[in-house]
Design a protein around this ligand. Structure first.
Ligand SMILES: Nc1nc2c(ncn2[C@@H]2O[C@H](COP(=O)(O)OP(=O)(O)OP(=O)(O)O)[C@@H](O)[C@H]2O)c(=O)[nH]1
Ligand SMILES: [Mg+2]
Length: 689
């Protein structure tokens, strides 16, 4: 194993938004002398949040990777966004790293974003640790925060490895219980100091607790502690290494990104005890085979993220899970079944890249400007068709209809959406054929808002967004016979066609049936398809409210023709008119789509969530307890009531609840909805005339 790989550490900062991950990255880069001056979130000048949207919104949106050295180690530090709408980028970061440092605000305690990072890290088999940041805040409380962590994270076991010197406004440094060293920060400079005498007793007490916690990792160590002996430095270190290796312990770090406290101790610990990617087996092939990250084995890499810079073009971020790739070699793209020569290879450095000659197992790299490579792609050697498993992303739950403000810009909008959804594949852009609207779907309103701003910023298209129309359908209220004669005499050849028809509503899901019962050639057989076509066209167009008609049987049983004037067009018109008349006489029914909804919420929010579902005409289908304190609710709810559910559920459950939907069936829409839709349609029709 080369030293370079042995010394590599892939670390992601993940967890609740606003806990200070980006500012902590900045503090570390200052300490590592990658930057001379620390930027701030407020000024929008951090190395990690470089995107315009991140600067404007003062939050991370994209996963950013920064590469630097600490002592003898090469660190890839990944800064993940914490806001729920960008959670798939957090998952990408957890996927690409081996060590997940989950952030907690010392004042606010555990929040859902951090719990989700734990869940994702556990599911992907990653190593978890915790950073309690913002200990400088007035109401920060280290002990309370740790208790909460302990109560919410049982595997791996959180253990205290550092103690604060002072708290709240007096927070000025930390004691490293492993190394028994203290650091204090004055004027933004962290310096080693003597352990303050007033906390010596506490330090000894916690060092003892640390020993006991670590002894659980090793029988020999346990015996020693039980017999009242103290562990020596080497034994403690050995215990920590083992606990991390077995994913049994989660070290808890503390500090303040704002005051530059806890940086040195964290980085020293990470560079000493965190392990090289070659020591983990967290990736699998799609058939379940575990992959050994051996640089000498065959080349396998996964594209976990795509960035598109308006000037420099496409950057595909790859994690090499085995083997190696030299610049100039050709790889196979297994989703596309094509090959590409990779001329240059880079490592990411914020928004920049640094060129390198070779990528090896465990490394994070960048491939530039290969258009066919997309997020989720597996790159392999030429003849290898294996695919590497990816994480399960969160699916879109919130949609908006979108159109360019100026009609001349529709093409530009389409191009922009294409590019943007390639960069962020967790936004989908599609056309709803029923409502004839262009739709964008994402994880929440902020997610789509970012898309809209990017369309304006990068592609110069101003757009409007609306709540999407619901895909209503129409059908007949009852069976009815209907007749129409189409006759036109306006100089030259006339138009003539007459049909007698019967229309019947069918069961949901039956579709359209056409029956020809014409006898004696009163309508020549050559015109029968035109009759059917007339009905089909009208069905697509809609009769009462402009939505497609479904579940109908149309029977043509009589009619007449004219030997000169009859043509296909005349019979199409006659059938279509007969169909409309049938709706006038028998009445039309507006059908609304109903969704099957699965919701996960904390128990304490159950009452409010159920109440809200009731007010949305939802029918509860069942409930099941999930893991500790969570509940699953299954319900059927009309789609029209669910258009803003991502936002409603977020506010009812303070961002904790999540849900997914799928189409279930169509049902008769309530009378008020039907009346409203008909009125809207008639208004639109009269305006367009
Ligand atoms: N008082 C105090 N404020 C901090 C500290 N760390 C960060 N902040 C502030 O907290 C806010 C959020 O910080 P960020 O670094 O953007 O938080 P983040 O975790 O990256 O947030 P997301 O990118 O949205 O997930 C900013 O206003 C920071 O200046 C800290 O240690 N103490
Ligand atoms: Mg951030």
């Amino acid at each position: 194993m080369s030293d370079k790989l042995k010394n590599l550490r892939n670390i992601v900062f993940a967890g609740q938004n606003g806990t200070g991950k980006t500012l902590m990255v900045e503090s570390i880069l200052k300490e590592a002398k990658v930057i001379d001056k620390k930027g701030s979130i407020e000024k929008g000048n951090t190395l990690s949040d470089y995107d315009n949207e991140e600067k404007n919104r003062k939050m991370s949106i994209n996963l950013t990777t920064i590469n630097f050295e600490w002592n003898d180690k090469i660190i890839n530090l990944l800064d993940a966004p914490g806001y729920n709408d960008f959670i798939n980028d957090s998952k990408s970061g957890i996927y690409a790293a081996e060590h997940v440092v989950s952030f907690v605000d010392a004042e606010l305690g555990i929040q859902i974003g951090t719990e989700r990072a734990w869940e994702d890290a556990q599911n992907m088999g990653k190593n978890i640790s915790v950073f309690i940041n913002k200990l400088d805040k007035e109401n920060a409380n280290f002990e309370e925060a740790f208790e909460e962590i302990k109560n919410n994270l049982d595997k791996p076991r959180p253990i205290i490895i550092q103690l604060p010197i002072g708290e709240g406004e007096d927070f000025k440094g930390i004691v490293d219980l492993v190394e028994m060293k203290a650091y204090e920060s004055t004027g933004g400079e962290e310096k080693k100091v003597k352990i303050p005498s007033e906390i010596e007793d506490k330090v000894n007490e916690y060092r003892q607790k640390l020993m006991e916690a670590i002894a659980e990792e090793d029988e020999e160590l346990m015996m020693k502690v039980l017999e009242g002996e103290t562990l020596n430095d080497d034994e403690i270190k050995k215990g920590i290494k083992k606990g991390l290796q077995t994913k049994d312990i989660a070290p808890v770090f503390i500090g303040s990104a704002e005051k530059q406290i806890g940086i040195k101790a964290f980085m020293n610990f990470a560079s000493k005890y965190f392990a090289s990617p070659l020591e983990f087996k967290t990736y699998k092939l799609e058939d379940g085979t575990e992959i050994t990250p051996d640089p000498e084995d065959k080349f396998l890499a996964k594209v976990y993220k795509t960035l598109i810079d308006p000037y420099t073009g496409k950057m595909s971020l790859v994690k090499v899970v085995s083997g190696s790739l030299k610049a100039g070699e050709t790889v196979r793209l297994n989703n596309e079944s094509t090959t590409e020569r990779i001329a240059h290879i880079y490592v990411p450095q914020g928004k920049e890249v640094n060129e390198i000659p070779e990528l090896k197992a465990g490394m994070i790299g960048v491939i530039n400007k290969v258009d066919t490579i997309k997020t989720g792609e597996t790159l392999t050697e030429k003849k290898d068709e294996n695919k590497v498993q990816f994480f399960d992303p969160y699916e879109p739950v919130y949609s908006l209809a979108i159109k360019a403000k100026s009609t001349g810009n529709q093409d530009k909008l389409a191009t922009g959406l294409n590019r943007l959804t390639e960069e962020d594949p967790y936004v989908k852009s599609w056309r709803n054929k029923d409502t004839k609207q262009s739709i964008i779907s994402g994880l929440g309103d902020i997610h789509l808002d970012v898309m809209v701003s990017r369309l304006e910023d990068r592609f110069n298209v101003e757009v409007e967004t609306f709540t999407p129309k619901v895909s209503y359908k129409e059908t007949l209220a009852q069976s009815i016979k209907s007749h129409h004669r189409h006759k036109k005499q306006s100089g030259g050849r006339g138009q003539y066609g007459e049909v007698y028809m019967e229309f019947e509503p069918l069961q949901r899901g039956s579709g359209f049936e056409f029956v020809d019962k014409v006898v004696g050639g009163v309508i020549p057989s050559g015109f029968i398809p035109a009759v059917e076509k007339g009905i089909r066209n009208k069905m697509e167009e809609g009769v009462i409210a402009g939505y497609p008609v479904i579940d109908i049987r149309a029977t043509v049983y009589d009619g007449s023709h004219h030997s000169v004037d009859s043509d296909e067009h005349s019979f199409k018109v006659a059938a279509s008119k007969a169909f409309s008349k049938a709706f006038d006489k028998a009445g039309g029914v507006l059908l609304e789509p109903v969704l099957k909804v699965r919701i996960e919420v904390p128990k304490e929010d159950m009452g409010d969530v159920m109440g809200d579902l009731n007010s949305k005409r939802g029918r509860i289908q069942g409930m099941d307890p999930l893991k500790d304190g969570w509940q699953e609710i299954r319900a059927e709810v009309p789609e029209s009531e669910m258009l803003r559910y991502a936002i409603d559920l977020r506010s009812i459950t303070s961002g904790r609840g999540r849900f997914e939907t799928e189409f279930a069936y169509y049902q008769k829409a309530p009378t008020e909805v039907q009346e409203e839709e008909i009125e809207k349609y008639q208004k639109e029709e009269s305006e367009s005339e």
